[in-house]
Design a protein around this ligand. Structure first.
Ligand SMILES: Cc1cc2nc3c(=O)[nH]c(=O)nc-3n(C[C@H](O)[C@H](O)[C@H](O)COP(=O)(O)O)c2cc1C
Length: 647
């Protein structure tokens, strides 16, 4: 279980992306290489000059909503459904309860330490690159139809999802096919299968030129599993190109280090957006208003046959509130008609608060703009609480992550400033006195969520987009939807200050609710203390497994081996009978509540109830007593897998 950080390891565990792609292509061998002529012509929305907003026609009859309730009657606060905010703190380590046996009533977890910025610590400010206004924005045709692998691909941060797709394709992390039949749920099955066969971190992104929806071929492209492979994180966050290789684990470690450096001691820096004119904004190339808008003509798909219908799963919903400021949050939007969509911020999300605040002010509707196909880090900022709850403008945070400003342009019908390089903006108004049913939808943990009787919706007044806008679909509960490294880097920065001996942590997205925490254990009780600290910092941390410094936390086999060989359930376990949980957890007996467990899988010292002496680790003995064994085998590794050998 030696912690290995191999340098571009040729071992099978570091299967080259090209090989991964070959495997996928083999899976796809039945797919045609040339797009057959569409069976029916696809109607494209007609570009029109900008026109005044027209009153939108509601497709579903909304129910009238009772007048806004006073705040005390609003639903009780529940934690966000999403990854919790990284909270950089300068506070002293929280004193933690000692381990208790499972039979005893355990202490309630301590509340996470409040963020206390250290005024003395100057925030790290990443250098801002100069943006050449003259640089042309590459169009879809130029970039996506280049099939050759580029000799010198480039690394991020990217200004658009097109640049990112190009880099993913060039580095062998993207499969491009002409078409898939979504009436048969082929893209969904592909994402499941590629993860099953290639592994969670190596399954490539998938770009499909056109998809069959309701019997019609709809021009995409559709992008699936956009941020699945770990290499995607390294590209998006800008690990230098000469350090990009096929070792996904190594890439992820490098990405985390890079972000932590950007965060410095003061947390993630913010870089204010740069306003550009609509004439140079790619997202304004086509402007649709009134009856020219028909959202059903775009490649928004139904992901699971049990979903309520077609969804925009990756819409970054932007709003402005006179007191709360600006907000961008990813909330799923059900396509309800050509000019009507659902908008689904869960209670207590920032977007939900803004809608409630507008209702309380007695307003009849709230304008918002929804971004589809933002650049990878704008989407990441929109999908996480990088700045903490009400952590401020996500676009400025994305600028901080990128190390350069996001270019923004004014919406057609409001003052909301939207990313100029996005694929599409959907503008409209959310009525504040009416609601519509929504769902069910196959949710985060991989289970069908419940249908909602009432939910917000938006009447669409304008759609602006690039030619052939790329529609990114999130395969919720199946694949990773955004770059998670910024979230983990935030936790690392926080735990470094609050968890004694902390080395690293990892939250398993393939087993949502399970956190691995690695410590350098030097004193008794430290494992349980670390576990309690991690558990109390996150609503998602239902199971926390604490492991020793020699365990590779990115390899589940190693973590499981620790459970088998190092953990004694008594006394190495703390049960917390009830605490705040994630409302979407299908195991929760009561929505929003969860029990928790801390598993101390570090080697137990005698004073903790462990054995009198610790048995030597066999692999360490091999490395120490036969130092040439691994180097010899590594040097000859490729020769064992030549065709000659196989014959
Ligand atoms: C693909 C995707 C879909 C999401 N859908 C929803 C949703 O429908 N409702 C919701 O409240 N949060 C959803 N989230 C989580 C939020 O985007 C996340 O909690 C974010 O921090 C919310 O922004 P806010 O803090 O500004 O409210 C989704 C996240 C992703 C990545």
């Amino acid at each position: 279980m030696t912690e290995q950080i191999s340098q571009g390891s040729p071992l099978p565990s570091a299967m080259p992306s090209a090989a991964a792609l070959e495997a996928v292509r083999a899976m796809m061998s039945s797919a045609p290489t040339q797009a057959p002529a569409p069976t029916e012509p696809v109607a494209q929305p007609t570009p029109t000059p900008m026109a005044a907003p027209i009153p939108p026609a509601a497709t579903q009859a909304p129910t009238q909503l009772p007048p806004p309730a006073p705040e005390t009657q609003l639903p009780p606060p529940v934690p966000a459904t999403q990854l919790p905010p990284p909270i950089p703190t300068e506070v002293e380590p929280t004193p933690l309860a000692a381990a208790v046996a499972v039979s005893q009533a355990p202490p309630a977890p301590q509340a996470p330490a409040a963020p206390t910025p250290d005024p003395a610590a100057a925030p790290f400010v990443a250098p801002i690159e100069q943006i050449s206004p003259a640089a042309p924005a590459p169009l879809y045709d130029e970039i996506v139809h280049e099939h050759e692998i580029q000799e010198i691909p480039w690394t991020g941060p990217y200004d658009s999802i097109r640049d990112y797709i190009k880099a993913m394709e060039a580095t062998g992390n993207l499969v491009h096919v002409p078409e898939m039949d979504q009436d048969e749920y082929e893209t969904t099955a592909f994402v499941y299968r590629s993860i099953e066969r290639l592994g969670y971190w190596k399954a490539p992104a998938l770009l499909v030129d056109r998809v069959k929806i309701d019997g019609q071929w709809v021009e995409g492209p559709l992008l699936a599993n956009a941020y699945g492979p770990w290499a995607a994180e390294a590209l998006c966050l800008g690990v230098p190109m000469d350090e990009i290789n096929d070792n996904h684990e190594q890439m992820y470690r490098k990405t985390l280090d890079l972000i932590e450096k950007k965060m410095g001691f003061g947390g993630l820096p913010k870089v204010e957006p740069e306003v550009v004119d609509a004439s140079v904004a790619p997202v304004k190339e086509i402007i649709l208003t009134g009856d020219d808008i028909d959202l059903t003509k775009f490649a928004f798909i139904q992901t699971n046959p049990a979903d309520a219908g077609r969804y925009m799963t990756t819409g970054s919903v932007m709003m402005i509130d006179p007191e709360l400021g600006k907000n961008t949050g990813t909330y799923r939007c059900q396509i309800k008609g050509p000019r009507q969509i659902g908008v689904n911020p869960e209670p207590n999300q920032d977007g939900w608060r803004m809608i409630m605040a507008a209702r309380k002010r007695g307003e009849k509707s709230l304008k918002c703009s929804i971004v589809m196909g933002a650049d990878p880090l704008v989407f990441t900022a929109s999908s996480t609480k990088l700045g903490g709850p009400f952590g401020g403008d996500e676009i400025a945070l994305a600028g901080g992550l990128r190390g350069k400003a996001v270019q923004v342009v004014k919406s057609e019908h409001s003052d909301i400033m939207v990313p100029a390089n996005a694929e599409m903006i959907i503008e409209g108004e959310i009525p504040l006195d009416q609601m519509l049913p929504e769902g069910p939808f196959a949710e985060l943990y991989g289970y069908l969520g419940r249908a909602k009787e009432e939910n917000f919706f938006m009447n669409v007044t304008a759609v602006t987009h690039r030619p052939k806008p790329i529609i990114v679909n999130a395969y919720t509960g199946i694949a990773r939807a955004y770059c998670t490294a910024p979230v983990e880097a935030g936790f690392r920065a926080q735990f470094r200050r609050s968890v004694p001996g902390f080395l690293n942590m990892h939250l398993l997205l393939q087993a949502l609710g399970v956190y691995i925490v690695q410590i350098n254990k030097t004193s008794p009780g430290q494992g349980i203390s670390a576990g309690l600290a991690a558990s109390s910092a996150s609503g998602l941390a239902k199971v926390v497994i604490v492991v020793d410094k020699d365990v590779n936390i990115y390899r589940l086999d190693d973590v499981m081996a620790s459970l088998g060989s190092r953990w004694q359930p008594v006394p190495g376990t703390v049960l917390i009978p009830q605490s705040q949980g994630v409302p979407l957890d299908p195991s929760a007996p009561k929505r929003g509540l969860t029990s928790r467990v801390i598993i101390d899988a570090t080697r137990q010292l005698a004073i903790e109830g462990g054995p009198e002496s610790l048995s030597p680790v066999s692999r360490e003995l091999l490395e120490e007593l036969a130092p040439n064994a691994f180097p010899n085998i590594d040097a000859k590794w490729d020769t064992y897998f030549t065709n000659d050998n196989e014959a």
